[in-house]
Design a protein around this ligand. Structure first.
Ligand code: CAA
Length: 430
């Protein structure tokens, strides 16, 4: 599945694969055990020029797209899922800037990240605002030429290691549709502190922390885009762009676990033969490989849809996230099964794949949320399929021929069409 990848895409993939094999794989177990940020790995990734792959050249990046980001995340995750997200989360933090930042903000914040000099973290979730991302409590109140932040954020991946934080906070509590804004906060700003550092099941080399704001004063020019109230839209557009990255992390994990399982099954002998000669093991391996390849195709298609600002990007992005991450959970669990007792032991790399895979079904929107996003898109699309009404039973269409109902449906279709048009996602290439 690389026939439509360009020479440049393949170049980034090859570079990421080299770092993954030479640097990441040998160190994966060590940093999983220590639960420490692997600065030496980050340096190797930065030296290879990968930190700004997805950032446009005018802001110091390599000018690639989400497809290049995904290829790099896939390769890194094949060796270590923690390193995959350590890398991808920088894209998550920068996407709001690319989507909604002013020119000045793009130059100020993207350039040091593209060079690998600074790291970034994305602060949306809170203790009481997870899947319901519109219900934030943290506030940012305008005071002269500053915003004063109060409250806390939860599940900040890269938190503590990062120098820059894209923080979503309530700027207009009375508004329903323009309640929140994104604000750029730099580490070291008085009133900004790192709170609880989480002790995690997987992705242990990358920190996940709480961050706290206590009358934290940031320059008003750090308000993303310069206009308050666009926070929720920026967050949703960001997640549309970022979810293929989580999917690539998951698919890389699935591929990595599959490869270990293939090698183990070829060498492990029972009943006088390698277990790979037994049909039950063969069926497991065949299903693992097929699902991983299907996930890969969906991830690449969604990434290219983001890069080409396709109208159905939210749906594809959610689809690839849910399919690739469910696949990763299944494939990594089956890989442990193939390894038998050895698979369950920390002495060997395979159980880490299963632990790392679990979070991919949860973060950047649970897979329940992804299914909701897909289903909502389908409901809208069904309005364009009215010609099929002739083929479904008339009796379940009660009221369809009633003029009042027809009028209401037409108004509803118009409103939904306008909403869909408003949801077109600008990319950093558009
Ligand atoms: N693009 C642009 N606009 C969008 C949009 C999109 N994809 N999705 C929704 N909107 C707009 C709607 O058009 C609507 O606009 P108007 O008010 O102008 O009409 C507005 O946003 C509200 O939309 P909804 O009614 O659909 O919003 P909702 O409250 O029902 O929520 C949701 C929808 C999909 C559940 C959303 O809240 C969501 O995605 N939740 C999951 C949050 C999430 O993914 N969190 C992850 C945190 S990051 C993380 O995990 C990082 C890490 O550690 C690595």
């Amino acid at each position: 599945m690389s026939s439509f990848l360009t020479e440049t895409n393949l170049k980034w993939r090859a570079r990421a694969r080299e770092i993954a094999e030479k640097v990441v794989r040998p160190l994966a177990a060590k940093y999983d055990r220590l639960q420490e940020y692997p600065w030496e790995i980050k340096e190797a990734i930065a030296e290879a020029g990968l930190m700004g792959v997805w950032i446009p050249k005018e802001y110091g990046g390599q000018g690639g797209g989400v497809i290049d980001l995904c290829l790099c995340v896939e390769e890194l995750s094949r060796a270590c899922g923690g390193v995959g997200v350590l890398y991808a989360v920088n894209a998550l933090g920068t996407f709001p800037i690319l989507v909604g930042g002013t020119e000045e903000q793009k130059h100020q914040f993207l350039k040091p990240i593209a060079k690998g000099e600074k790291l970034i973290s994305f602060g949306l979730s809170e203790k009481f605002a997870g899947s319901d991302a519109a219900s934030l409590h943290a506030t940012a109140v305008k005071d002269g030429d500053s915003y004063v932040l109060n409250g806390e954020k939860k599940w900040n991946t890269n938190g503590g290691a990062a120098d820059i934080y894209t923080v979503f906070a309530v700027t207009d509590p009375a508004s329903k549709s323009r309640r929140t804004s994104a604000i750029m906060v730099e580490k070291g700003t008085p009133g900004f502190t790192i709170g609880k550092v989480e002790d995690k099941m997987g992705i242990r080399c990358v920190p996940v922390v709480e961050i706290h704001f206590d009358n934290c004063r940031v320059p008003a020019k750090n308000l993303l885009g310069g206009t308050p109230g666009l926070g929720f839209k920026h967050a949703m557009q960001t997640l549309d762009m970022a979810r293929p990255g989580v999917a690539a992390q998951a698919m890389g994990l699935a591929q990595g676990a599959l490869e270990y399982a293939m090698v183990y099954a070829g060498y492990r002998e029972q009943f006088g033969a390698p277990i790979s000669s037994f049909q039950m093991i063969q069926a497991l391996l065949a299903d693992m490989a097929t699902k991983t390849e299907a996930a890969r195709n969906l991830v690449y298609v969604a990434a290219l849809a983001v890069d080409n600002a396709a109208p159905n990007v939210s749906k594809l992005s959610a689809m690839c996230k849910l399919f690739a991450t469910d696949t990763a959970m299944e494939v990594t669990t089956d890989a442990v099964q193939i390894f038998g007792g050895y698979g369950y032991m920390r002495d060997y790399p395979i159980e880490k794949y299963m632990r790392d895979a679990k979070i991919t079904q949860i973060y950047e929107g649970t897979n329940q949320v992804q299914r909701m996003v897909v289903a909502r898109s389908l409901v809208k699309e069904s309005l364009g399929l009215k010609h099929l009404l002739n083929y479904i039973p008339k009796e379940v269409q009660k009221g369809v021929n009633d003029p009042a109902t027809l009028k209401r449906l037409a108004e509803e279709a118009k409103r939904l069409a306008e909403e869909t048009a408003a949801m077109d996602v600008p990319t950093h290439q558009s």
